[in-house]
Design a binder for this molecule. Structure first.
Ligand code: FES
Ligand code: FES
Length: 189
């Protein structure tokens, strides 16, 4: 069990709008949970964490800065790049757009929970085999997105995979190899 305080770093647009909905006298302090902090249990990769959360803290910041699960990356912090993709109850979400408090009681899975060097998820192995990355910054998000895609309705063609992976940007342009890796795991290579 871990009792920790989630910081209020870089609130997303959604978090900012929530803050704006506070009566001014009730708004939590800008640099800490303040008296508006709420107690939440986050279940991440099968481990429960009891946290005292600033209501403005995003799931992304809480994972990285409070739980030190830095495999999930922050790119745009605005829901546009997919670097922060994690699973919430098995479905992919942008962690920068989810308030941590809203993830309480739900199953959060990050890249650390998908596999490791000894027992990699088939997609992790396929990304290595197909050279599906260059700098690697987008890779965790790509793999988490692809892992969810395996359970979504998706046709066999590369174009359909491209469409369903279109929320995950790669500034290195490793797209061709990423598609190869995903299609390999789907049995289409
Ligand atoms: S960091 Fe979340 S979508 Fe870019
Ligand atoms: S591998 Fe560098 S951004 Fe995708």
């Amino acid at each position: 069990m871990l009792l920790a305080v989630a910081p209020a770093a870089s609130p997303s647009p959604a978090a900012r709008s929530l803050l704006m909905s506070y009566p001014s006298g009730d708004a939590p302090h800008a640099h800490g949970p303040g008296h508006g902090a709420i107690s939440t249990t986050l279940c991440v990769n099968g481990v429960e964490h009891e946290l005292l959360l600033d209501p403005r803290a995003t799931l992304l910041d809480t994972l990285r800065e409070t739980l030190h699960l830095t495999g999930t990356k922050k790119g745009c912090d605005h829901g546009q790049c997919g670097a922060c993709t994690v699973h919430l109850d098995g479905r992919r979400v942008n962690a920068c757009l989810v308030l941590a408090a809203a993830a309480g009681g739900r199953a959060v899975t990050t890249i650390e929970g998908l596999g490791d060097a000894r027992t990699p998820h088939p997609l992790q192995a396929a990304f290595v085999a197909h050279d599906g990355y260059q700098c690697g910054y987008c890779t965790a998000g790509q793999i988490m997105s692809a892992a969810a895609l395996l359970n979504e309705p998706c046709g066999d063609s590369d174009d359909e995979v491209r469409e369903l992976m279109s929320g995950n940007l790669c500034r290195c342009g490793a797209y061709a190899n990423i598609i190869d890796a995903v299609q390999d795991v789907r049995g289409n290579r």
